[in-house]
Design a protein around this ligand. Structure first.
Ligand code: HEM
Length: 423
């Protein structure tokens, strides 16, 4: 979801501009939303900005100030977030509610995340069998190998190492290679492409270029697999449902898996490593106690909530949530980071507690669009953190924490670089 903001804004703008000529509106201003509307996308180091907590305490469903007569609601309470995400009948994920029906056959860029039933149901059903525990277990040895290879490479470095570049980015992109069934010799090309996909600093042009490059590349992979289907996700879908899906649709699904599974997991790996570096007790526990990793990863998912907001939802009908009347057509942004800090979940949910095993959280969303890759992400995190701290028990931050640069405004939160000394 890395370049999602850029994608959404440029897609909405492109779609809108065509309609605007007919209607005389200017929605391209979406790119310059007022600060208050961007509040759920901002943080103060690892924590959401304090305004988010205040908003949740006062009104867990609150209207954000936006121009163009659009009604935009921010939902930051846990129960209220579940009420929205769990009601696919009252809330749609389709951006057409904002920009109107597509005139041509222009493809929606968000894959599953922007689709409603029946399209969502059909596409998700193609993917679901590839994400069962049984199918995912085939990836476990490969994940361990990928993690160990990265640690071997890091061990060769003389000076400080950037954990983002050497650890957090390569692991999920190589795992997605394995998942999709991209041939081994193409790993480097795939990794390069994956990283280019979310280079927000490349600007909208560069990101869009990377999206079409990625789609073209994946289309090539799909065509190869069509001729000679392998054992990965693409090969299996081709073998079992090849006649229900065309090559472009399949490349789009693979692109959705890459977008959904790469930057999210990479951000978790980097920010989770930062938490470990700043919390010696958790560091020691993850190093010494195999059982602790499950609770540690759940608390980390909850506390970091790297996907800060869910895809926007649009009310299909008038509906009351948290005592507020949301009207048909209104847009609703669910703050997952707000919901995961709601005190209905327990005590002192604002902070990270390495001894807590949270019973529930919304880091993977909820309802029909809940993250399809949640178990795969957990497998990666549970494998990578213990391996990292066991290999480098002396690891320390190589800069002071206030020198770290975090994303300023983003849907997926992250740190740009994480320099560490390993010994
Ligand atoms: C720690 C890592 C991850 C986090 C925090 C995360 C979070 C999320 C969240 C919050 C959603 C739901 C958004 C909404 O309802 O609007 C989502 C959806 C999705 N995720 Fe993940 N995700 C992660 C890893 C992955 C992985 C590894 C994959 C695949 C390899 C993946 C693929 C997807 C897809 C395809 C969707 C769309 C599902 C749908 O709309 O039906 N994610 N993810």
């Amino acid at each position: 979801m890395g370049n999602l903001r850029t994608r959404i804004v440029s897609w909405v703008t492109r779609r809108y501009l065509a309609r605007a000529q007919k209607k005389g509106l200017d929605l391209s201003k979406l790119a310059i939303l007022p600060d208050a509307a961007l509040m759920p996308l901002k943080r103060d180091a690892l924590d959401p900005v304090p305004e988010l907590g205040r908003a949740r305490e006062q009104t867990p469903v609150t209207k954000l100030p936006v121009p163009f007569g659009l009604n935009l609601w921010l939902v930051s309470g846990y129960e209220e977030a579940k009420a929205v995400l769990g009601d696919a009948k009252a809330f749609s994920n389709d951006f057409e509610h904002l920009v109107g029906k597509a005139d041509g056959a222009e493809q929606n860029p968000g894959g599953l995340g922007f689709a409603d039933p029946p399209v969502h149901t059909r596409l998700r059903r193609l993917l679901t069998p590839e994400f069962t525990m049984r199918r995912l277990s085939r990836l476990k040895p490969g994940i361990e190998e990928i993690v160990n290879e990265r640690l071997d490479l890091m061990a060769k470095a003389d000076g400080p190492v950037d954990l983002v570049e050497e650890f957090a980015l390569p692991i999920p992109s190589l795992v997605i290679c394995e998942l999709l069934g991209v041939p081994y010799e193409e790993r480097d090309a795939f990794q390069h492409l994956a990283v280019a996909r979310f280079d927000l600093f490349g600007g909208a042009g560069a990101s869009l270029g990377a999206i079409s490059e990625s789609l073209e590349y994946l289309l090539g992979v799909v065509r190869e697999q069509r001729k000679n289907p392998g054992d990965g996700l693409l090969g299996m879908i081709i073998k079992e449902h090849g006649d229900e899906v065309d090559d472009r649709e399949l490349a789009g699904l693979a692109d959705g898996v890459l977008t959904g599974g790469f930057e999210t997991t990479a951000s978790m790996l980097a920010l989770g490593a930062l938490v470990l570096l700043q919390d010696p007790e958790s560091f020691a526990k993850v190093r010494d106690d195999d059982e602790s990793i499950h609770g540690f990863v759940e608390e980390l998912l909850r506390y970091l909530t790297v996907v800060q907001v869910a895809f926007p939802r649009f009310a299909r009908e008038d509906v009351e949530i948290g005592g507020q009347s949301i009207k048909e057509g209104d847009m609703v942004v669910v703050s997952l980071s707000g919901a995961n800090r709601d005190d209905v979940l327990g005590q002192a949910m604002g902070g990270f507690d390495g001894t807590r095993v949270p019973a529930k959280h919304l880091a993977f969303g909820y309802g029909a669009h809940r993250c399809i890759g949640a178990e795969l992400a957990r497998m990666e995190l549970r494998s990578a953190y213990p391996a990292l701290v066991r290999r480098f028990p002396e690891m320390r931050l190589a800069v002071s924490p206030d020198e770290l640069e975090f994303r300023k405004v983003s849907i997926v939160y992250g740190v740009e670089k994480l320099p560490v000394t390993l010994r």
